[in-house]
Design a protein around this ligand. Structure first.
Ligand SMILES: C[S@@+](CC[C@H](N)C(=O)[O-])C[C@H]1O[C@@H](n2cnc3c(N)ncnc32)[C@H](O)[C@@H]1O
Length: 322
C-alpha cells in the first residue's frame, strides 16, 4: 500500500535509528573502527630486532619469555609473530630457558578446543590446549590461564598488545611485577591512565619508536607507537634530543606562558634553571627527561589554554635536582 511522505518518514525513523538515537556520534564510531583496526597491526621483524638487540644478553639468559598476544605458528614466516620468530631464531644465542606464546582466539573461537598457545624449550615445543587446560581457554592475555602463566612461569613479557586494550594490559603487566618490553602509543606519557606509571618510575620508554606496521593483509601501514619497558636503558641516545639550557637561552618561539602563567616549552627545550612547574609534551618524557633530574608533579594531564584557546595536552614537570 502506497504511503504519503510523512508516513514514510515515520517508518524510516522507527526502523533506522539515527546515530544520536543510538547514543553515538560519527566521531566515536570512526574512532572505534580505527581502534579495532589498529588491534590487527602486526610488528615488523626489523623493528623487533632493532629494539631487542639493544639489551644485553643477560636480560634474556635463562629466562622464561612470555609473548601473550602472539601467534607463534602461522602458516608461514610472514604470518608468524615477529616476536616469536626473533626469540626462536636467537633461542640459543640468548640462552632463553623457555618461550611461551599465546594467541587470542576471540569470541568466535570460544568453543574451539584447539591449541592457542605454544611452549618452546631447547628440547622442542609443545602445544597448549591439551587436557590440563580449560575447555573455554580463549588465549586472551587476561584469561585465568594466561594470568597463571604470567604469575607462575614468566620472567619477561614481550609483545605488541592490542591498542584498544592498552589500559587493561598495562594495569595487568605492572601489577604482575614482571619485567616487560612492549609496544604502545607514543601519547601514553600524557594520557591519564598511564601517567602514574611514569611518575612512579614503573615504566619508561625503550630505545626506539615504531612507526610502521603490517596489516593482516601484510601491507605497510603507519601508526605512532614506541617501546616501553621496565628494563634498565643504558646510554639512551635520545638524551641528545633534550636541549636542557637556561630559560633565557630558549628561543622565544619555544617558550610561552599560558593563561594561568604556567611556562610551556616545546621542541624538547627544557629550562635548566627554572624552579616552578612547567609543561612539556610526551616527546620530552620519551626522550628520557624523567631520568635527568626532573619529575612529574602529579598524576594528571595538563591542558593549557592560551588566550582562552585550548592547546595540545601536556604534563607538568619540575626540576628536582640542583
Ligand atoms: C597490535 S596486534 C600485534 C600482534 C603481534 N603481537 C605482533 O606484534 O605482530 C595485537 C594482537 O592482539 C590480539 N588480541 C586482541 N585482543 C586480545 C586479547 N584480549 N588477548 C590477547 N591478544 C589479543 C589481536 O588479535 C592482535 O593479533
Amino acid at each position: 500500500m502506497a504511503k504519503n511522505k510523512s508516513e514514510q518518514e515515520k517508518i524510516i525513523k522507527k526502523t533506522t535509528p539515527t546515530l544520536e538515537e543510538r547514543g553515538v556520534t560519527r566521531q566515536t564510531l570512526l574512532h572505534r573502527a580505527q581502534r579495532a583496526d589498529n588491534d590487527e597491526f602486526f610488528t615488523r621483524y626489523e623493528d623487533v630486532e632493532k629494539e631487542l638487540d639493544m639489551y644485553p644478553k643477560s636480560v634474556w639468559k635463562n629466562k622464561v619469555v612470555f609473548c601473550n598476544c602472539d601467534d607463534a605458528v602461522g602458516n608461514n614466516e610472514r604470518t608468524t609473530s615477529a616476536f616469536a620468530l626473533y626469540f626462536l631464531k636467537k633461542f640459543k644465542e640468548l640462552g632463553i630457558k623457555k618461550l611461551i606464546c599465546t594467541h587470542y582466539g576471540g569470541k568466535v573461537d570460544l568453543f574451539n578446543q584447539g591449541p592457542k598457545g605454544y611452549i618452546f624449550t631447547k628440547n622442542g615445543f609443545s602445544e597448549i590446549g591439551t587436557k590440563e587446560y580449560p575447555k573455554n581457554y580463549t588465549g586472551s592475555f587476561d584469561d585465568p590461564l594466561s594470568l597463571k602463566i604470567l604469575r607462575e612461569d614468566t620472567d619477561i613479557v614481550c609483545t605488541n598488545p592490542p591498542f584498544s586494550r592498552a589500559i587493561d594490559y598495562w594495569r595487568m603487566i605492572i601489577e604482575s611485577g614482571k619485567k616487560f618490553l612492549i609496544i604502545s602509543n607514543i601519547t601514553n606519557p600524557i594520557t591519564l591512565a598511564f601517567i602514574p606509571y611514569f611518575k612512579e618510575g614503573k615504566a619508561w620508554a625503550g630505545y626506539n619508536r615504531v612507526d610502521w606496521y603490517l596489516t593482516s593483509k601484510r601491507e605497510l601501514t603507519r601508526a605512532a607507537g614506541t617501546w616501553y619497558t621496565n628494563i634498565p636503558i643504558k646510554n639512551r641516545q635520545k638524551y641528545n634530543h633534550l636541549k636542557i639550557i637556561p630559560l633565557k637561552d630558549i628561543p622565544e618561539k619555544y617558550k610561552r606562558y599560558d593563561d594561568s602563567k604556567t611556562l610551556i616549552v616545546d621542541n624538547c627545550y627544557i629550562p635548566s634553571d627554572y624552579k616552578k612547574p612547567f609543561a612539556v609534551s610526551a616527546r620530552s618524557i620519551l626522550n628520557g627527561l624523567l631520568e635527568k633530574g626532573y619529575a612529574l608533579i602529579d598524576d594528571k594531564v595538563y591542558h593549557p589554554c592560551i588566550n582562552g584557546k585550548k592547546c595540545f595536552a601536556r604534563v607538568l614537570v619540575r626540576k628536582t635536582s640542583s
